[in-house]
Every structure is written in structure tokens, then in C-alpha cells.
Design a protein around this ligand. Structure first.
Ligand code: IYR
Length: 226
């Protein structure tokens, strides 16, 4: 099949000098090393256009067969955030009081977490990411379209979103209350969507602290085979 038959277009790409590549990789690494998950938010509103652009950036993620099987629900409504918090706390109470193993609870000690989730109300915005297990084409009457590698695709998009938020001067938390079905109900999402990740977004509280953690050095996360 020729390029024109498969609707290919020329790639726009500028080769950089090795020096510039290293400089960019270095400065990106430095900025990414400064990102932390934050659990204590300032209640000050954030510019929603910034978040909208970050979501647009997440939407550039690669996906299985380019199905883009994601929906980003941006929530700022105080009543809806309260409903999410209440439902999340109910599930998390069960998690912390029997559903999580002792080893799991032990592993979480450094984070000082519990079933109280004030950040779900305090953060001025909460993004709930949904994965689309199938897609309905055009009209809702249309046939179900299969999606592929949905977890991988939405996971990559979420990573890009978290980085975009950080790059834009906001902080976030990746929160996965379990189970998450209540989000479908509260946000009135269609039957092809499943909640994937809940991301409170905002500015950090003035007195915000984060756990003293270290990241694995490169030598521990990479093997090279040349
Ligand atoms: N979902 C719970 C517990 C929790 C689990 C993991 I894995 C974490 O990295 C942090 C918390 C909660 O949000 O508190």
C-alpha cells in the first residue's frame, strides 16, 4: 500500500544537535525530579484554562489503534466534590479497616494516609479519568467499537497529564479509591466508561509537607544491552 492510499502525511520533525538534545533532556529531568504527589491543597481556585490545556496535552497520548479510549471529567462543583469525598471515604474506611493486608498498611506508613480524604474537597479541581472499555460510534444507536490496550493507553495519558500539570505550575495527587464504581454514578457517566484514576489538582497548602522519599537511581531501574 502506498503512503497516499493509507492517508499518511509527511512527519514534521527537526533534528537537534546532540548538545541541544542533552541540554533539553537534562532540564526536563530536573523539572520532573521536582514533581511530588501532594495531599494538602490550598483551596484557592486555579485557572481552569491551564487545566484544560493539560487535559488536551494528555489527549495527545498514543493509544491502541488510536482509539483514544479516555474521558477526563473536570470537577470543580463543591457539592459534587463533597459527594465524591463522602463516597471515597466510605470505601477507604473499609480498605483501611480490613480490606488491606497488614503488610500493605505497613508499606503505607511513610505516607501518613488514612481513610479521611479532605483533599477531595480542598483541591479546587478534581479530574476523574475514565477508561472507555468500548466506544459507541457517532449516534448512541451505533455499534460498539472495540478498544485495544485500554489500561496501557489511559495509563500513558494519565502520566502525560500529571507531567503537564506539574510543568504548568500545579500540584496533583494520583488517588485510586477502591472500588471506584461510585464515580460513574456521581458523575453520571455512560455504561462504556469505568473510573481509572482520581486526580485532585491545585496549589499546595502553605504548610504542605511531603514524605521524605528517595527515587531509585538510574542504575537500579535500567539495564543496558548493546
Ligand atoms: N487508596 C488508599 C490507600 C493507598 C494505597 C496506595 I498503593 C498508596 O500508594 C497510597 C494510598 C488511599 O488513598 O489512602
Amino acid at each position: 500500500m502506498s503512503a497516499s492510499e493509507s492517508h499518511h502525511i509527511p512527519l514534521e520533525f527537526d533534528r537537534l544537535s546532540e548538545e541541544e538534545m542533552l541540554e533539553r533532556a537534562d532540564s526536563m529531568l530536573l523539572r520532573m525530579q521536582g514533581r511530588r504527589s501532594v495531599r494538602h491543597f490550598d483551596t484557592t481556585p486555579v485557572p481552569l484554562d491551564v487545566i484544560r490545556r493539560c487535559i488536551a496535552a494528555a489527549g495527545t497520548a498514543p493509544s491502541g489503534a488510536h482509539k483514544q479510549p479516555w474521558t477526563f471529567c473536570l470537577v470543580t462543583n463543591a457539592e459534587v466534590k463533597r459527594a465524591i469525598r463522602e463516597a471515597a471515604e466510605k470505601e477507604e474506611y473499609e480498605n483501611y479497616h480490613g480490606r488491606m493486608s497488614n503488610r500493605w498498611l505497613e508499606d503505607l506508613k511513610v505516607f501518613d494516609t488514612n481513610h479521611f480524604k479532605a483533599h477531595l474537597e480542598e483541591a479546587p479541581a478534581v479530574i476523574v479519568v475514565f477508561r472507555q472499555v468500548w466506544t459507541v460510534s457517532e449516534s448512541t444507536e451505533g455499534p460498539k467499537q472495540q478498544n485495544y490496550y485500554v489500561q496501557e493507553s489511559v495509563g500513558i495519558a494519565c502520566g502525560m497529564l500529571i507531567n503537564a500539570l506539574h510543568e504548568s505550575g500545579l500540584v496533583s495527587l494520583t488517588h485510586t479509591p477502591s472500588p471506584m464504581e461510585f464515580l460513574t454514578e456521581i458523575l453520571k457517566r455512560p455504561s462504556n466508561e469505568r473510573a481509572f484514576l482520581l486526580i485532585p489538582v491545585g496549589y499546595p497548602a502553605e504548610d504542605c509537607t511531603v514524605p521524605h522519599l528517595e527515587r531509585k537511581p538510574l542504575g537500579e531501574i535500567m539495564v543496558e544491552i548493546h
